[in-house]
Design a protein. Structure first.
Length: 536
């Protein structure tokens, strides 16, 4: 069977001054009708660059230096720009990673989906409206008419991703490129999107190039797999062969970094230490009823009670909007709860004055989800780490020396303290965030989705680092995540949150291995590739 998309010996050159000459070198692969080819690899491996090259949407200064990209025999590199614009959307379409940036915030969803028909067909306005509603229904938006009238910010992340998928499928393209479309989604929403793409691909016979770094996703949907490393395609073949009999050392290392859920759960010991932090009956509501019209009130947390054992790690899991991050911010007093108590070694943090809380703040520190957003880009990394101790009375010389020691502790060279945040990779920036949180020598560390945006190998490194720091420094940790595999690797105890309430909690092995609550069971059932057991 002839391929729908053929990429041969593709080389993409970077502009002068880049850290290397080529983003891609000698990349060759084929994609057939009705097939899902998963392209995997770490950040910087060239996955998204390959997709951009196929779409002829390379960044300024980046160019195709050699090779061939053919769609149904037509060389896409040889046709004019206007001809390529007619190809995009109609014959080859792309689902981008972040639907919020892919959608125009000032236009309604229905208008944006309808624009595909307006630009590529001569359909009348009423016919376009009917097609848009049918598409929004096909991608399983619960109320297509309401979704069509909504602006992007009025939809959830999963709903926005469905709208982007509808745009990509509008003209029934031969090839669909999905660039990390589920990376930022909850496990249940991710499972829904994966099932949707798989179902649409089977019914329409679409050829899908699915870019991901998650081998669980690969195990769920891939027919074939192509593995990218540093701009080169190092291995490709049927999914079953790659997942169970990978030949290249890089592929083997990636797979080794993804322990199955069952094995991780079995390794979790029970937590029997006395408590260091007790959360009792904490509630938090946002908004207030309006005086002359009904206001919007959101109950983010409702009577939440938790116990963190000394020296242990308590995992807080659940979907977006379940109240996990609100709880974290209440614990470190970035938010004020409406009711309840948060006791650290018997001291109720919620009853302290702001001055007293500042003295206690050194005992409870937080590592934020996005290290780049939480680091001042205008200040050197060492100054950012030294800032906390200096605010608590430590002299500049001692604080600077402590910062350099912490850089070594988290696996960075001490000289890296002189660099700015943009000069580090995502994993390195997360290590800086850890160093900054540890600078005040806290007893409790609150980690909010600290590895959710990292590649699987970097994620494994950070998790090992956290476990090592807990053992060496005697830390107690609250670890917030929507990834149950991550929770299983690092947590002694797990609490499951849904719609602001804790629905189940206990030892990690019990909660994740034999869940009692239907919601916990649904979360575990939605873990991608949960039945896949890596070799070894």
């Amino acid at each position: 069977m002839s391929a729908v998309l053929e990429v041969g010996s593709l080389a993409v050159a970077l502009p002068p001054g880049a850290d290397r000459l080529f983003a891609l070198q000698g990349v060759s692969f084929n994609l057939h009708a009705g097939e899902i080819l998963c392209m995997v690899g770490e950040s910087g491996s060239g996955k998204s660059m390959a997709a951009s090259a196929v779409m002829r949407l390379l960044p300024p200064g980046v160019r195709v230096a050699a090779g061939r990209i053919a769609l149904d025999g037509t060389d896409l590199l040889a046709i004019s720009a206007p001809a390529m614009r007619r190809v995009r959307g109609a014959r080859i379409a792309m689902i981008f990673q972040d639907p919020m940036t892919a959608l125009n915030p000032l236009r309604r969803i229905g208008d944006q989906v309808g624009e595909m028909f307006a630009a590529h067909t001569d359909l009348a306005r009423e016919d376009i409206r009917r097609r848009v509603l049918a598409l929004l229904g096909e991608v399983r938006l619960p109320d297509p008419a309401a979704a069509a009238r909504a602006f992007p910010h009025e939809l959830s992340g999963g709903q926005r991703q469905r709208a982007v998928i509808a745009m990509a499928l509008a003209l029934e393209p031969r090839v669909l490129i999905a660039d990390e479309p589920t990376t930022a989604l909850d496990v249940t929403t991710q499972a829904q999107i994966l099932a949707l793409i798989r179902d649409l691909q089977r019914r329409r016979g679409t050829a899908v190039l699915f870019i991901t770094h998650d081998f669980g996703v690969v195990a769920d949907i891939a027919d074939r797999v192509a593995v990218m490393q540093a701009g080169r395609l190092v291995e490709q073949g049927p999914a079953a062969d790659i997942l169970q009999r990978a030949r290249h050392p890089y592929t083997q290392a990636l797979i080794a970094a993804v322990p199955p859920l069952a094995r991780a759960v079995a390794a979790m010991p029970p937590a029997e230490a006395p408590p260091v932090l007790i959360v009792q009956g904490v509630s938090k509501t946002f908004g207030r009823p309006g005086l002359f019209r009904r206001g919007r009130v959101t109950r983010a947390m409702d009577d939440v009670s938790l116990v963190l054992p000394r020296g242990g790690t308590l995992g807080i899991v659940g979907e977006s909007g379940s109240g996990k991050s609100t709880l974290a911010r209440c614990i470190v007093r970035l938010l004020e709860p409406d009711a309840g108590s948060i006791r650290l070694d018997g001291t109720d943090l919620l009853r302290l004055t702001r001055r007293d809380m500042r003295r206690q703040a050194a005992r409870v520190q937080m590592v934020f989800q996005d290290p780049f957003a939480s680091l001042n880009p205008r200040r050197r990394a060492g100054d950012l780490v030294a800032q906390g101790p200096m605010l608590h009375g430590v002299g500049r010389a001692e604080a600077t020396a402590r910062a350099r020691e912490l850089f070594a502790l988290v696996g960075l060279h001490p000289d890296a303290a002189d660099r700015f945040p943009h000069e580090f990779s995502g994993g390195q920036r997360q290590r800086i965030g850890l160093a900054r949180a540890l600078a005040l020598r806290p007893e409790v560390l609150v980690a909010d989705e600290t590895v959710s945006a990292l590649d699987v190998s970097v994620q494994a490194q950070v998790l090992r680092l956290l476990a090592d720091l807990r053992a060496r420094l005697g830390l107690s940790m609250i670890f917030i995540t929507h990834d149950l595999r991550v929770a299983a690797q690092i947590c002694d105890r797990v609490a499951v949150m849904r719609e602001g309430r804790v629905v189940e909690q206990g030892d990690a092995a019990a909660v994740l291995g034999a869940p009692r609550h239907a919601y916990t069971q649904a979360l575990i059932a939605a873990v991608p590739g949960r039945d896949w057991v890596p070799p070894g």
